[in-house]
Every structure is written in structure tokens, then in C-alpha cells.
Design a protein around this ligand. Structure first.
Ligand code: 5AD
Length: 491
């Protein structure tokens, strides 16, 4: 990681208390589950951004990230908070004094993966008894002390609104107590915290936290709280700093990114403001909600050169009945019309999507509607999932998870095969065309080649000749798979 701090130096308003410490007499060990100490928790003073909390001993922190890009961005925030307070971020759990897993709760298998990883880390903890082990982010917020029931050797749990308390939490654990920071704080936007990013050409910039949409399948509003947007002027300054640090592309991040509103400016204002920043070559965003895709947004995408002609537009289902059960607030017809309108106004628009199969009540006929809509729209790519019931969501409380696991598997395999074929055909159709690529780094498979992304967010691989990282180059496509374009740089 670089130490390129992006300090914002703005006054920080008071936060609500969201820290609790479990006071115990003995140092936490694997036989002292956090849960048994719950009655002893007491509130600690609120941490302010200007406070510095020096490490008591453990200094080297390893952060392992699971899940979406927002979690990657949150890990950058955690790194920023820790470095500001005198910690060092390391790349390897074996040499660390503190191991933090920044986790995801979106589907059950995301949580299972982390529980398995914790078992593995317990071996490390047995060899290094002073190792501080923490679970942060969405799964901590979702499972709470169920995590420490399953893994009693976990020392700290911090939800997505409590990262500010990390230095305090680590100190509390170092002095022998367990630490929980799970109280939601709807005012927390971390607007004053400087994330630490890995060097690169693409920076992910959180512009909004939380979600107000309440789709019935989704855990996000319960673990990340209500929607809040970071003020536009701060974001513009962030992008200027990113340019100074050498970044060429910015991806605006939010759960429903296009519902951005800071009280004065909306998403359209933000797109225009971002593309006016000198030195930034490309602007993207993810993920928009179809219901917030206004004409203004489409117009801004069409008229701002720097805003890429690419959109990730989650469909979830092609059946209006299922969309209603999901409370997606649009119909399949409205979605189809939106795509048609966007394609008409934005030339060469690349579209990707998210699809869930086997949602509660999804019949074969509903599933066929999804297949038909995918075949009709012909997405460039898609992320496809089996429905996973999430404790706490409306679907879990009120709908029956009535599609069998085998049937979900069959439906998933069907759409993956369908999509692979479409992606392959669309990429094959680019053979002979010249695409603009932002050079990102050396190809993992061939040291003589670079890889980068096209405007449409497709991966391209090409010989290094006449190019360097961070440049926009023109690549003539010579061959293609469903996932990669291969070619050569042309003048
Ligand atoms: N089960 C399966 N997939 C889900 N997603 C969100 N919640 C669930 C769930 N409970 C998918 C949606 C969303 C993507 C990030 O994850 O497709 O767009």
C-alpha cells in the first residue's frame, strides 16, 4: 500500500456513541466467548476524527477483504484510519499483530467462507497468543455475537459504521478485553477520513453509504443502514487529489449510486462536476438502480466524454411478478424500455447486470421470462446468483424459500451458459475493431503483455510495445474469448 494520504481537513461533527467494550478481568482467550460478557459492556467515549489513539503494542495490521467493491473501499478507509493513528498495514497475516477480516453478508456462502477462514486463523492465534483477531463489516453487523459463538477466539467485532473506533478497539483488546462496535450510526459517512489506496490507475470513490431501497431479498439496508451522500464539493476535491496521486479513472461507488443527493446536488450534477476535473480521463459508477435512471443521467452519460459508455444495471429477474415480490419498484417492461432508451441515446453502450434465480415463488415460467429477457437484451456480462435467504430481510420473514437447491442450481447453470454464449458472441464481433484501452498493469500470464479495460469495461490483453501503465492506447482486437479481448496496439 502507498502512504498517499488524502486528508480533507474539515471540521468533524460529533458522532453518536457506537462503541462498547467488554470489561473482563482476564485476557480474552479461546474459552471466553464475547457473548457471556454482554452484561458487562459499557459505553466508551466517542472517537473524534482529530483524536489520535496510539497503539499500545500491536502495530502491524493485515486486512483481508471479502465481498463487493464497497468493502474494498471500506478496507481502504480502515487502512487510512489505522495509519493516521500510527499503525502499519502489512500484506501478510503471518507477520501481523492484528488480523482484520472485512466481511460480506450478501449471501450465506459469503459468511460460510469467513467462518472457515476464522478456523484457519485460530491456528495462527494458537502459535501467536497475542494476535488480535477482528471481524469487521457487514457480516459482523449481521451475525453479531453468533460469530463469537462459532469462533470464541475472535477478539473484536466492528460493523460498517464503527471503523472509526478501530484504534481504540485494538487497544482495548491488547489490554485484555473484547470489543464490540455494532451500533448503527446513520450520521457516519467518513467524509473526513483519508482512505489509503493501492497504487494503480483506477480509484474507487465512495460517494454514498447505506441503502433506502428495501428490496425484500437484500440484507444491505440492515447492515449498512440508511442512505447518506457525501457532499459534492468534498468529492470534487477527492478526485483532484486522486489525479495528483496519478489515478486516471475514478469509479463512483454507492449501493444505489444514482440516487445520490447531498441536499443540494443530485447524481447528474455530480457526473458533470466529476468530468470537469482536469486530468481525470474516465469516470464510471456502480451500481445504479433502474428506478433512479433519469433522463438527466442518460443525458449526462451521453454528453460527458469522460463518463464511460458503460453501465451495470441490475435486473434481478425478468418476471414482473418476481420483481414485485422483490420490491424492485420497476416492471420487466419498464426495464426493457429503459435499456432501449439508453442504447438509443448512448452509442456503443456496454451493459452488464445482476440476476438472482430461484427467488421465493419463482416458477419455471418466471424463470423463462428471465432467460428470454437476457437473450433479448444481450448483456455484455452478468453476475448471476442463486437466491440465498437472509435472516432479517422481508423475504426471509414473509415469503417461502420454495425453490429447491437442485432447481436453483439448474436455473443458475442455464443462465450462466446462456450468458457465456452471448458474451462470447459480442466479444467475437469486436474482432477487427479498434478499442480504446487504459493500460493498467502487466498481464498475469505473460510478462511481455499489459492488460487494461476498454471504455465498456472489457478486459484487453496486448503486447507492451509502445505503451506504459496509465496511458490510453488504441488496441486492434485480433481474437476474443467470453471474458477477454486479445490484440495489438495501433497508432
Ligand atoms: N441472494 C442472492 N443474491 C443476492 N443479491 C443480493 N442479495 C441476494 C440474496 N439474498 C445479489 C443481487 C445484487 C448483488 C450485489 O447480489 O443480484 O444486485
Amino acid at each position: 500500500m502507498t502512504s498517499s494520504l488524502m486528508g480533507r481537513n474539515i471540521p468533524f461533527g460529533a458522532t453518536k456513541e457506537n462503541t462498547y467494550s467488554a470489561k473482563v478481568d482476564e485476557k480474552m482467550n479461546s474459552k471466553t466467548p464475547i457473548k457471556t460478557q454482554l452484561p458487562l459492556y459499557k459505553a466508551l467515549p466517542t472517537v473524534k476524527s482529530t483524536d489520535r489513539i496510539k497503539p499500545r503494542g500491536s502495530r502491524r495490521v493485515y486486512i483481508e477483504t471479502y465481498g463487493c467493491q464497497m468493502n474494498v473501499s471500506d478496507s481502504e478507509l480502515m487502512a487510512g484510519i489505522l495509519i493516521q493513528n500510527g499503525y502499519e498495514i502489512v500484506d501478510d497475516s503471518d507477520t501481523a499483530d492484528v488480523v482484520l477480516l472485512n466481511t460480506c453478508a450478501i449471501r450465506e456462502n459469503a459468511e460460510t467462507k469467513v467462518l472457515n477462514r476464522l478456523k484457519h486463523l485460530n491456528h495462527l492465534k494458537r502459535q501467536k497468543p497475542n494476535l488480535v483477531l477482528g471481524v469487521c463489516g457487514c457480516m459482523a453487523q449481521h451475525m453479531k455475537t453468533k460469530i463469537t459463538d462459532a469462533a470464541p477466539y475472535v477478539d473484536l467485532l466492528l460493523g460498517p459504521d464503527a471503523y472509526r473506533n478501530l484504534p481504540m478497539a485494538i487497544n482495548v483488546v491488547t489490554s485484555g478485553d473484547a470489543f464490540l462496535g455494532l451500533r448503527p450510526d446513520k450520521g457516519e459517512d467518513y467524509a473526513d477520513i483519508a482512505p489509503i489506496r493501492k497504487e494503480g490507475v483506477r480509484a474507487w470513490l465512495t460517494i454514498q453509504r447505506g441503502c433506502d431501497k428495501m428490496c425484500t431479498f437484500c440484507i444491505v439496508p440492515f447492515v449498512r443502514g440508511r442512505e447518506r451522500s457525501i457532499p459534492l464539493p468534498l468529492l470534487v476535491n477527492d478526485v483532484k487529489r486522486l489525479v495528483d496521486e496519478g489515478f486516471k479513472e475514478v469509479v463512483l461507488l454507492g449501493q444505489t449510486v444514482n440516487s445520490y443527493h447531498d441536499g443540494q446536488h443530485n447524481f447528474v450534477d455530480l457526473l458533470f462536476a466529476m468530468s470537469e476535473v482536469e486530468g481525470i480521463e474516465r469516470v464510471r459508477f456502480t451500481s445504479p438502480h433502474p428506478s433512479d435512471a433519469t433522463d438527466g443521467m442518460i443525458q449526462a452519460m451521453a454528453s460527458c466524454d469522460k463518463v464511460c459508455n458503460q453501465i451495470h444495471l441490475p435486473l434481478q429477474s425478468g418476471s414482473t411478478k418476481v420483481l414485485q415480490a422483490m420490491r424492485r419498484t420497476y416492471t420487466a417492461e419498464a426495464y426493457r424500455d429503459l435499456v432501449a432508451k439508453m442504447r438509443e441515446r448512448i452509442p456503443n453502450l456496454a451493459i452488464s447486470t445482476d440476476v438472482i434465480v430461484g427467488f421465493c415463488g419463482e416458477t419455471e415460467a418466471d424463470f423463462m421470462e428471465t432467460c428470454n429477457l437476457m437473450a433479448e437484451i444481450r448483456y455484455d456480462s452478468a453476475f448471476m446468483f442463486k437466491y440465498s435467504a437472509r435472516d432479517g430481510t422481508l423475504a426471509h420473514r414473509t415469503l417461502e424459500d420454495d425453490v429447491s437447491e437442485e432447481e436453483k442450481g439448474r436455473r443458475l447453470r442455464t443462465i450462466i451458459e446462456l450468458q457465456e454464449g452471448i458474451s462470447h458472441e459480442l466479444n467475437q464481433a469486436l474482432i477487427g475493431e479498434t478499442v480504446e484501452v487504459l493500460v493498467e498493469g502487466e498481464s498475469r500470464r505473460d510478462a511481455d503483455k499489459y492488460h487494461g479495460k476498454t471504455d465498456g469495461f472489457k478486459t484487453a490483453v496486448f503486447p507492451k510495445v509502445n505503451s506504459k501503465i496509465g496511458e490510453l492506447v488504441r488496441v486492434k482486437v485480433e481474437s476474443a474469448t467470453a471474458h477477454t479481448l486479445l490484440g495489438e496496439i495501433v497508432a
